[in-house]
Design a protein around this ligand. Structure first.
Ligand SMILES: NC(=O)c1ccc[n+]([C@@H]2O[C@H](COP(=O)([O-])OP(=O)(O)OC[C@H]3O[C@@H](n4cnc5c(N)ncnc54)[C@H](OP(=O)(O)O)[C@@H]3O)[C@@H](O)[C@H]2O)c1
Length: 402
């Protein structure tokens, strides 16, 4: 069997993880023959003869058969992809932002050059979700995909709720463990799971929805009051990505949710991710595991390398027709005396609490109305996942500054 020469671009958290898991698998007919990095002054645990600083030289090298792109720069990564495909060199990438924002064009380029791109590592680290949907759900009518798609925010939320760490301490720990993106707002602002949701939606529903069309907000506006509400009601807060398909409508959100102990998401902690797929024929299937980190993501990258060696490319489902509706959502909204007009925007209210410094309202609101208040200081929303009647809410007296 032909041995593949891999050109690796990027030798950070995932690049090193991939290098190590490939080394641990000597039976795979592939070897890394060149590694491009940016900073010449950094010490690297690798043979210096493998290192280079010129991306074009690597792509144009006729001895390189396959490009593995693992850098954190979206524009450079996109350029690498286009150049490699034009030379009929297959590419493996884990760059979710680049893939999500350009997926429509990436599909056309693969067809044009008859050369595949695989990106399993871009969605939920070690969980083999893209190949699963692409290969095993081709004939299924998927009705919903949801879950926890971001390891670092789940890690932060777990540490705050269970070990009483501050938000900054928990974020620092996530960064030290290699779960966080170089730019933390991609994680804590809810952007990263939105890129992953956009990619999964293309594979599950056959339609590319640009990430900008997905309503999202993150965990960066959560305050002590919100965690106190969760604790007082036996709930956890999870950043949930969700695509629900019903009667030709596809509703898409990435948002913090309150989840109770009956919800499978309640038990997914630390950097772990979970993807829940609901389908007409199979019912519900759940895949859970490490959603980030050097070796877990490195293994997903290696699986793609192997898939390319064995001639795999994505199938891409035929598009369904759908609209993105302005649905009604059940939420908890925290506000203060300067922002109490938010209450007027609700369709219906099941509970309202007015405190000295901080208040909250539980009720139903249209997504577009909710969107209009999400960027206001001192206003934060958390989606309620259980029936409101089941929630015996405990009113809290807020005595600290908001
Ligand atoms: N970390 C995770 O758990 C995880 C999980 C899933 C997907 N991803 C994705 O995987 C990709 C890599 O993430 P990472 O966490 O490994 O990033 P990282 O630790 O910051 O490493 C980035 C690497 O890319 C190199 N690089 C950046 N710009 C470059 C350029 N213009 N030319 C050459 N090399 C360049 C850097 O070189 P220097 O070493 O010289 O700085 C570094 O080696 C990202 O797209 C990320 O979204 C990460």
């Amino acid at each position: 069997m032909k041995r593949y020469n891999i050109g690796l671009i990027g030798f950070g958290c995932v690049g090193q993880g991939f290098y190590e898991v490939l080394k641990a698998n000597p039976s795979i007919p592939a070897q890394i023959t060149k590694i491009v990095v940016k900073d010449a002054s950094k010490e690297r645990a690798v043979d210096r003869n493998l290192l280079s600083f010129n991306i074009d030289e690597l792509i144009n090298d006729p001895a390189i058969d396959m490009v593995v792109e693992l850098i954190d720069d979206v524009d450079v990564a996109y350029d690498i992809l286009k150049k490699s495909l034009s030379l009929h060199k297959p590419v493996v990438t884990a760059n979710k932002k680049m893939v999500a924002e350009n997926l429509s064009e990436l599909i056309s380029l693969q067809t044009l050059y008859k050369t595949p791109i695989l990106y399993e590592g871009a969605v939920c680290g070690s969980i083999p979700i893209i190949q699963t949907i692409d290969r095993y759900y081709q004939s299924e009518n998927i009705t919903s995909i949801s879950g926890i798609f971001n390891g670092s925010t789940n890690y932060i939320l777990t540490k705050i709720l269970e070990q009483n760490l501050t938000y900054d301490e928990a974020l620092q720990e996530a960064q030290e463990n290699g779960f966080a993106e170089s730019d933390p707002i991609l994680d804590v602002g809810g952007f990263d799971p939105k890129f992953k949701l956009s990619i999964l939606v293309r594979h599950a529903f056959g339609h590319w929805v640009h990430p900008d069309q997905i309503l999202h907000w993150g965990i960066n506006k959560l305050q002590n009051q919100d965690f106190d509400f969760a604790k007082a009601n036996g709930l956890k807060i999870k950043l949930v990505a969700k695509a629900d398909y019903k009667n030709g409508s596809l509703s898409l959100t990435v948002a913090p949710h309150f989840v109770n102990a009956q919800d499978p998401l309640f038990y997914i902690d630390n950097e772990n991710n979970v993807v829940i797929i609901d389908g007409e024929f199979v019912g519900r299937q759940t895949l859970a595991g490490k959603g980030a980190g050097s070796h877990p993501t490195g293994l997903a990258v290696l699986s793609d390398v192997k898939a390319i060696i064995y001639g795999t490319a994505y199938h891409y489902k035929i598009p369904l027709e759908f609209i993105i509706p302005d649905s009604v959502i059940d939420v908890y909204v925290r506000y203060d005396a300067t922002t109490d007009f938010v209450v007027e925007l609700f369709e219906s209210i099941s509970e309202k609490y007015v405190g000295k410094q901080s208040s909250y309202v539980l009720g139903s609101i249209k997504l577009n109305q909710l969107k209009s208040i999400l960027n206001i200081d001192n206003v934060n929303a958390i989606v309620m996942t259980q029936e409101k009647k089941e929630l015996q809410t405990t009113k809290l007296t807020y005595s600290y500054a908001s």
